[in-house]
Design a protein. Structure first.
Length: 364
């Protein structure tokens, strides 16, 4: 099992550690629900060093990634970021990822559990392209600061980079904590405003401690993977292995914003299959809210009367909504707000479908 550069720090903080994607990671430091509330109301600090970081350089870098990623890489402005996926020929994803477009690089952030598969996929298809593929996962640490206080906290540590100038899904470089040319991006996986900070692995603990010191007066706290999962579910964001996987395609998962069928993008792996799915989807991803006492979990079935109509792919207690929530797959023709029943351990409880996301900071 692999350790991030912050592993020993998490242990000292009393975090509950679990295996996740082959890494020993903090699942929680205290109450999961309190950690969710902290991010929504103040700010949270996350260790994301387990996620894969890959730098692609060379004259053919854009053309190369273009043939693999679902997003239109050539149209990404410099210092902008787009969500995309790597798909097999059948249209089902190997992984979802963020694509950073730099002046001399394409920088990819991928899921921890899929990093090896992504690297193998990149290297397998690199033949004929003038590119270099560099795995920076071990060398480059990744921290995330999320919540409405995040900009104020990080700006205290940042010089020669006005964070207000970095728009959503953009990135820049500046001096952070005395480290020149530090990559800072503004994306997030919580539904809140926030930043990702990339520093050499040897500087990860110092950066964490500096952010903690500056953020403490503003309510900053460390946040584990369990709260992060609830936060992303409330925000309607997918998790590989749940909303998408080798049997769930991104079109039916509602991820068309990360897919380009533009003629000028040309051929890419999975395009033909996903164009067919787009013309005749069989199911769709929906939200579900249940006031019942039992929490929906992956694999639980949905019914309308005696008819089984779908199944849960993610579920959690939502402190923001004050209810149990889930993402579910249902037939395309199912009504957006249909009443259904959720079966858990042989018992039924009432539930209602609803549009995603459950929570949006810009739509309260």
């Amino acid at each position: 099992m692999r350790h991030t550069p912050l592993h020993d720090l998490h242990v000292r903080l009393g975090a509950k550690m679990v295996e996740f994607g082959g890494w020993h990671m903090p699942v929680q430091y205290g109450s999961i629900l309190d950690e969710v509330r902290t991010v929504r109301a103040k700010a949270g600090l996350f260790d994301l060093c387990h996620m894969g970081r890959v730098r692609v350089t060379g004259p053919d870098r854009v053309k190369f990634v273009e043939q693999l990623a679902t997003c239109h890489v050539a149209k990404i402005p410099e210092r902008a970021i787009r969500y995309g996926l790597f798909c097999r020929a059948d249209g089902n994803p190997i992984d979802d990822l963020l694509v950073y477009k730099g002046a001399d690089e394409v920088f990819l952030v991928v899921n921890a559990s899929n990093t090896d598969a992504d690297l193998a996929w990149l290297r397998e298809h690199a033949r004929g392209f003038d590119v270099a593929i560099e795995d920076q996962t071990d060398a480059l640490a990744m921290l995330a600061l999320q919540g409405q206080e995040s900009q104020a906290i990080l700006q205290e540590l940042t010089r020669d980079l006005d964070l207000a100038s970095i728009g959503y899904y953009k990135f820049g470089f500046g001096t952070v904590g005395g480290l020149a040319h530090t990559r800072v991006s503004r994306t997030g996986y919580t539904g809140e405003d926030g930043f990702e900070i990339y520093v050499p692995a040897r500087e990860a603990e110092r950066m964490w401690n500096e952010l903690t010191r500056l953020g403490a007066p503003r309510g900053l706290a460390p946040i584990g993977l369990a709260a992060r999962d609830t936060l992303r579910l409330e925000a309607g964001m997918p998790l590989y292995g749940h909303e998408i996987d080798a049997t769930h395609n991104p079109v039916e998962a509602g991820l068309m914003f990360g897919i380009s069928f533009a003629p000028e993008k040309g051929a890419w792996i999975g395009r033909d299959a996903l164009e067919r799915v787009q013309k005749a989807p069989q199911k769709k991803l929906s939200g579900l809210v249940t006031p019942g006492p039992r929490v929906p979990r992956q694999g639980h079935k949905l019914f309308q009367g005696a008819r089984e109509i779908g199944y849960v792919v993610s579920g959690a207690v939502s402190p923001t909504l004050g209810a149990n929530i889930a993402t579910v797959y249902v037939p395309v023709a199912t009504g957006a707000t249909d009443t259904v029943e959720l079966e858990i351990n042989g018992k039924r409880q009432a539930a209602q479908l609803r549009a995603l996301p459950f929570y949006s900071r810009t739509r309260k």
